[in-house]
Design a protein around this ligand. Structure first.
Ligand SMILES: [Zn+2]
Length: 368
């Protein structure tokens, strides 16, 4: 969609302008739907009054980009957030490249990584434990990436909290345009100090994309487009880390061909990868479904609502985004955001399915 069309479609939608003026100190402005003008809350209220009650939200306190704010206040059915049209393939044609790499995927490393990752008291983005977990992940991603010296691993610093996001990049051989896969590194057990192992949410997604990085690094895979692996800080605080990352990409004028979010990948009673269809780019979602079906078989579909996870940040910033989880929303793990989200709940066949899919997706999408 051309920008002029985009702007005309979203004109007149400015619910954020109706939010109450900013109070004196320390409060955060959160939105729970496109029409919600926003509510000022304390950081602790996010946990106690929203996350604990299963109410998802986006923290818009630091979002100043008017276009991003308009998308956040626009019903997803009425506008595409895509800035630059990407034509996705209708056939899946790179199996001969992908299959040998996909065959290297295993759960050995993910089991080891998730053990350590869930042993932190919590990975809450406002806790010192959460900072330590982010630092551990940074060094672990670096050691995995070391198999291919071309890979660059960096920390992304956020201004409103001290936990850092982690980004690994495999430079493209012919394009700086980006294919991004992401998972969030933070967790919550209900407060900054409560035990929050976050095994399923979203330690599982983190070890899935880290396993994909491991096999691609070991194969010294040289993509045409640039591949990035994002581990976001502060998702449970209202998509904070991913909002900062994608706003910076927008400001820098980067091209994102596809952003695929992997939030929860280790608990699936239904046994099928689930493609989420709301607050996403529909063309990319169709392509993701094609890749998944070709490599791992039939998928389920579901919807998860406003502010559900980090794909929403990419979408709001104008980039094509999609979201895969491990199970439809209604039957997904009911023990998340609590001390019960533990390592022993993880189904390793589910992790394996997602890691194989994610590796295949990265290879296929590297030719976009
Ligand atoms: Zn999550």
């Amino acid at each position: 969609m051309r920008p002029s069309t985009f702007l005309s479609l979203i004109a007149g939608s400015a619910h954020v302008a109706n939010a109450a003026p900013k109070p004196a100190t320390g409060l955060r402005l959160i939105k729970t739907s496109p029409t919600d003008p926003g509510t000022w809350v304390t950081e602790d209220q996010k946990d106690s009054d929203f996350t604990a009650k299963g109410i998802r939200f986006v923290d818009i306190t630091d979002i100043t980009d008017a276009q991003t704010l308009r998308v956040l206040s626009t019903d997803p059915g009425s506008v595409s957030s895509q800035r630059a049209a990407v034509t996705y393939p209708t056939t899946i044609t790179h199996q001969s490249v992908a299959n040998p790499i996909v065959s290297q995927v295993s759960t050995t490393s993910p089991q080891s990584w998730l053990r350590t990752f869930t042993n932190f008291q919590t990975r809450h983005y406002r806790s010192t434990y959460g900072v330590e977990a982010s630092t551990w992940l940074f060094s672990t991603v670096k050691s995995v990436a070391a198999a291919n010296p071309a890979i660059v691993v960096t920390q992304f610093t956020h201004s409103s909290f001290s936990q850092k996001s982690v980004i690994a990049r495999i430079p493209g051989s012919s394009s700086a345009s980006l294919v991004v896969v992401g998972a969030h590194l933070d967790s919550t057990g209900g407060s900054t100090t409560a035990k929050g192992p976050g095994a399923e949410d979203d330690g599982s997604g983190c070890v899935v994309i880290l396993e994909a990085l491991r096999v691609l690094a070991a194969a010294k895979f040289a993509p045409q487009d640039t591949l990035e692996f994002h581990f976001y800080a502060g998702e449970e605080g209202g998509l904070l880390g991913s909002a900062d990352v994608f706003q910076s990409y927008k400001t820098a004028g980067k091209t994102v061909l596809a952003m695929l979010n992997q939030d929860m990948a280790g608990y699936s009673p239904g046994g099928k990868l689930t493609v989420y269809t709301d607050y996403v780019d529909s063309s990319l979602t169709t392509y993701v479904t094609r890749v998944a079906t070709a490599y791992i078989g039939a998928v389920s579909t579901s919807k998860c609502g406003y502010g559900c996870s980090d794909h929403a940040s990419a979408r709001s910033a104008g980039f094509p985004a999609a979201y895969v989880g491990d199970e439809p929303f209604d039957s997904s793990a009911n023990f998340i955001h609590s001390p019960q989200d533990t390592y022993d709940k993880i189904q390793w066949t589910t992790i394996l399915r997602h890691a194989k899919f994610m590796t295949a997706f990265l290879v296929e999408a590297s030719f976009l």
